[in-house]
Design a protein around this ligand. Sequence first.
Ligand SMILES: [Zn+2]
Length: 256
Amino acid sequence: MILKTEAVVLKTINQGDTSKIATLYSREQGRIKMIAKGVRNTKSRYLGLLDPVQHVEVLFYEKSNSDLQLFKSGEIVQSYYTLHKDFDRLAFAQVAMEFIERAAEKTEPHPELFEIIIGTLASLDNPKIMPVKSYWYFHLRCLGELGFRFDAFRCHQCKTTLVGTGAVYHRPDAAIYCTACSPTPDERFIINLSPRTMAIMQMIDGENWPGIQQVITTLSDRRSLWDFIWHYTKVHLPPIEQMKSLAVLEQIYHHA
Ligand SMILES: [Zn+2]
């Protein structure tokens, strides 16, 4: 059977002299893998179509008892020119692709997750939005969709509101506390989250893009939010350990 789907390319590996095996995240089928024969031939009209971060529509032959489908044809849906010509923006997009590749269930349709991915590519392509903010949005929204949403609004212990205040993330508990309930002041075990950092997380939860764009963060805010989201994610999603693209990004990020 021939199927058509809109998808984003997560990962590609070369196969033989001219073929590729691509892993895609699709709106209708979730994560799918397909072999595309001859597409690395310089004369192929599909050269580059199945490179990571491409947003495409593909036709493929579905083999019901195999997890490897056969690519037939396809075209670009959106080009995202700004994203593709900016090294930092592209590095964030590559981390997002690898994150989905490792964290999302195989072949399980999840259209909300697909919408977050293409929404993130669109915001990474927007020169008015700091790429790290688009990435935070992507990561925090994905955690929610994958069942690991954390409460950025209330203290884990006393349930007091965290709106308008700073908070403390306690690594051993993987939980957020108000400053009064923080189990320890020892910085080896906690990450201090400033009122700005908490506000960003709360605005991402409410999809308040105008608010997210207005918050001015310091380098220390960005580092603590970064350390927090990755620590929390590694606790809940062990497959994201040792992501290759993350090492590249952290070099950029910690020099930002
Ligand atoms: Zn508390």
